[in-house]
Design a protein around this ligand. Structure first.
Ligand code: TA6
Length: 309
């Protein structure tokens, strides 16, 4: 089983409208509302690929109820810590040219006893999991070191740990040496203490990070594809060219593919292929954090994975 952890769960609302004009009334053509936040998106994309998954995290209020009901409807097992506060709404406004504007609420404030309940729940769930994937921002009240603490709990239960977050939550979380991380170039530069001039500098930097006990690090280079350092070997991956409809949640779909490949014990090249096909398939649908499984299968052969050192 794969367990996903979303500490700042959300209702992801996508508004499709002709154009967004600041200071004016804009009428929305189509609305999608579904359980979201990065880890929940990971869970949905894993489930769509027919792999057992369970979503946990914090959920509260009527938005929390909506998230749990939505997951049940989508056939995704879940076991959240119920909190006093109200889970957030994250809004993605898509215009007809495909320009996306995201408005992300900060989310609820988490109390000390709610964090304690999370530690206990995670210890139980991780004991049954091959992979535990932590994703997204930390809600208020949660210390920046909380991911490191939870990662330690999951690792103690024998799970392989993924961490997809940003900023200080990532820097502090990485101290617990998760198996897989997905920083951006700026975060890699901050770690290394110098700027990154080109692809070769990025490659050397990622290999140095491997040596610090971070076994698998993927960095997206946008249209140039992605670079991954895995136990001292480096891979460049090029995604198939597609006409994207909505890219929101593609990073989460990438994590889902990587988690599925890892849980199934696939070689790293195949994990990267599945991750990239899943991320690309996500861009083909109007919904955030969603793939059509046939798209993933079709795209697999079009992903180019190249070992570059
Ligand atoms: O990756 C897109 C997305 O997952 C949206 O679904 C939205 O819920 C948001 O990211 C949340 O990101 P955050 O980093 O605030 O947890």
């Amino acid at each position: 089983m794969i367990v996903t952890v979303t500490l700042n769960a959300a209702i992801d609302k996508t508004y499709h409208l002709p154009a967004l004009a600041a200071g004016q009334v804009s009428r929305v053509d189509r609305v999608y509302a579904e359980p979201g936040g990065k880890g929940i998106n990971v869970a949905r994309v894993v489930a769509l690929q027919g792999v057992p998954v369970l979503a946990t995290g914090f959920a509260g209020g009527s938005n929390g109820d909506f998230i749990e009901r939505g997951l049940t409807r989508q056939g995704i097992a879940h076991d959240f810590v119920k909190i006093e506060g109200e889970s957030r709404i994250c809004l993605n406004i898509m215009d007809q040219d495909g320009v996306s504007t995201e408005l992300l609420e900060p989310g609820p404030t988490i109390a000390g006893q709610e964090m304690e309940a999370m530690r206990e729940k995670l210890a139980q769930l991780a004991a049954r999991a091959k992979v535990v994937a932590f994703s997204g921002s930390l809600p208020a009240g949660v210390p920046k070191s909380f991911y490191a603490e939870l990662i330690g709990i999951a690792q103690k239960q024998g799970a392989v740990v993924f961490l997809d977050t940003s900023g200080e939550a990532l820097i502090r979380g990485a101290e617990a040496k998760p198996y897989f991380i997905k920083p951006n170039e700026d975060e890699v530069a901050q770690w290394l203490g110098h700027s990154i001039e080109d692809e070769n500098a990025l490659k050397q930097g990622l290999l140095r990070l491997n040596e610090t006990g971070l076994p698998c690090i993927s960095v997206s280079m946008g249209a140039q594809g992605s670079l991954t350092a895995f136990h001292g070997a480096c891979y460049r991956v090029r995604a198939p060219k597609v006409d994207a409809v909505n890219a929101v949640g593609s990073g989460d779909a990438y994590v889902a593919g990587m988690a599925v490949g890892t849980a199934q014990g696939l070689p790293v090249e195949e994990c990267l292929r599945l991750a990239t096909a899943s991320g690309t398939a996500n861009t083909l649908t109007a919904r955030a954090g969603y793939v059509e499984p046939e798209d993933v299968k079709r795209l697999l052969d079009e992903v180019v994975v190249e070992r570059i050192g």
